[in-house]
Design a protein around this ligand. Structure first.
Ligand code: GLU
Length: 469
């Protein structure tokens, strides 16, 4: 049997971390089994579905590298097929028209609530055989009354629901459009989905969907319902926890590889291993080992993993992300300034996010006229201009612009001026970077290059002369 999984988002918002984890688990399960991963956009709710959300989902999947083998399929392009199945169910007697009005159903609901019963349709129209056209009518699935639905959820274990707990679900609205529980069943059947991996907010739909599948004579898929993701305060994950669309994580400087690594561990573990290469994830992931209980989203942990990825990934990969962040800052680092690979190597230890790395690398590419106020106050004193002038003279005379030579020269000048190294290196750093923080001074100067270093030293000397005399 070829394993086939699917991710079936409704395009009513961005791709959030919960959805991304569902997509990841479905993707991993397919990849692990040399199967097929399908993307299906469930856009039948015309009022709430938007093209923007579709784009956001596609963009999120692409950024995360969750490539699909089939799709995207759009449910709105499959209405004919849904109508065909609705007709089939009617013809078979597995569906019927229901003429109950909204008011009638409301009264029924109120009565049931008053009697402390679970609100459910009472089957009033179940036996009406003559079709009354022209009336407002929905179509309901004729759920079996006897027996029970049993399925072995790969995460939750055996689930048993008595049919008498399930009422006759509406499969087509008064305007004839099909409802979620029907379209999802038809698609899963037609697309040959073998494993349905989805959030456990759908677990109550599953027995109904199984009954429809049975009525259609379809093979039943396996189900795996994933427990919710909670915020670190135990409440359901929401915007309040900073849990927004996955693209927001890009904005905030997370690497997609790190976010995926974090998400795979949300509800699944392999011993106490925290970092997984993509190959390891695929090899080791086991849907039946997913935790039954909800997992809590922990931003500190995500940040830690992100830093691990920034430090330990192939620098070329980090460059790809840094390039994007530099462009966000109006800097095309591919056409000017130091090679980004060298920037990554110089900055990765100190950068927990790509935002930190990009922000701390702007001065390598862009000149500035203002200094970080604190750093300037602390390091630019009366007389610092003389120290910088000595450095400028020495650097101007230097022909070999290499880290080691530069390092030696700065040491030598500190000795010559009878100053501690920090009293020379720190003003030099502020002069050339505009701030008090940068990689080691030799690395900083060699990345910056001779011309920028000399020009910025001159600029700082002028600045100090003007402000401190
Ligand atoms: N479209 C549904 C949702 O976004 C998912 C349906 C499913 O996975 O079966 O919640």
């Amino acid at each position: 049997m070829t394993i086939k999984t699917r991710f079936a988002p409704s395009p009513t918002g961005y791709l959030h971390v919960g959805g991304a984890r569902t997509a990841l688990f479905s993707w991993l399960h397919a990849k692990k089994n040399n199967g097929t991963f399908v993307l299906r956009i469930e856009d039948t709710d015309i009022e709430r579905s938007t093209q923007e959300s579709v784009n956001a989902i596609l963009e999120g999947m692409q950024w995360l590298g969750l490539d699909y083998d089939e799709g995207p399929y759009y449910q709105t392009q499959r209405f004919d097929r849904y109508q065909e199945i609705i007709q089939q169910l009617l013809d078979q007697g597995d569906a019927y028209y229901c003429y109950c009005t909204k008011d009638e159903l409301e009264v029924l609901r109120e009565q049931q609530m008053a009697n402390k019963e679970k609100p459910r349709y009472n089957g009033k129209c179940r036996e009406i055989t003559d079709s009354q056209e022209g009336m407002n009518r929905v179509i309901r699935f004729r759920n079996p009354i006897e027996g029970e639905v049993v399925f072995d959820d790969l995460v939750k274990g055996r689930i048993v629901v008595a049919n008498k707990e399930l009422d006759d679900l509406i499969i087509a609205r008064t305007d004839g459009t099909p409802t979620y529980n029907l379209t999802v069943v038809i698609d899963d059947m037609d697309m040959g989905i073998t494993h349905i991996i989805r959030g456990d907010d759908h677990v109550n739909n599953t027995p109904r969907q199984i009954n429809i599948l049975k009525a259609l004579g379809a093979d039943l898929p396996y189900y795996a319902h994933l427990p919710m993701i909670l915020g670190d305060d135990g409440a359901r994950l929401s915007k309040r926890h900073g849990a927004v669309g996955v693209m927001q994580y890009r904005e905030e400087g997370y690497m997609p590889e790190a976010l995926l690594n974090y998400l795979v561990r949300l509800g699944w573990s392999y011993g106490d291993q925290e970092i997984f290469t993509q190959e390891e994830m695929i090899e080791l992931f086991d849907i039946s080992k997913v935790n039954v209980s909800a997992s809590a989203f922990n931003t500190d942990k995500l940040l830690w993993i992100n830093h691990q990825y920034i430090m330990n990934s192939d620098p070329e990969l980090v460059v790809k992300h840094l390039e994007w962040h530099m462009l966000q800052r109006g800097i095309d680092a591919t056409t000017q300034g130091p090679d980004l690979v060298d920037i990554v190597k110089a900055q990765r230890e100190r950068s927990k996010t790509m935002v930190e790395m990009a922000d701390a690398s702007i001065y390598f590419y862009q000149d500035f006229t203002e200094y970080d106020a604190k750093a300037a106050k602390k390091n630019f004193k009366q007389g610092t201009d003389d120290v910088l002038q000595t450095l400028l003279d020495a650097f101007t005379a230097l022909t070999d612009w290499q880290g080691e030579t530069l390092h030696k020269l700065v040491l030598q000048i500190a000795e010559q001026l009878e100053l501690k190294l920090g009293k020379v290196a720190q003003p030099l750093r502020v002069a050339v970077c505009g701030t008090g923080m940068s990689p080691s001074i030799d690395v900083t100067l060699s990345l910056l290059g001779r011309d920028k270093t000399l020009a910025r030293l001159q600029q700082a000397i002028d600045y100090i002369k003007e402000n401190k005399s």
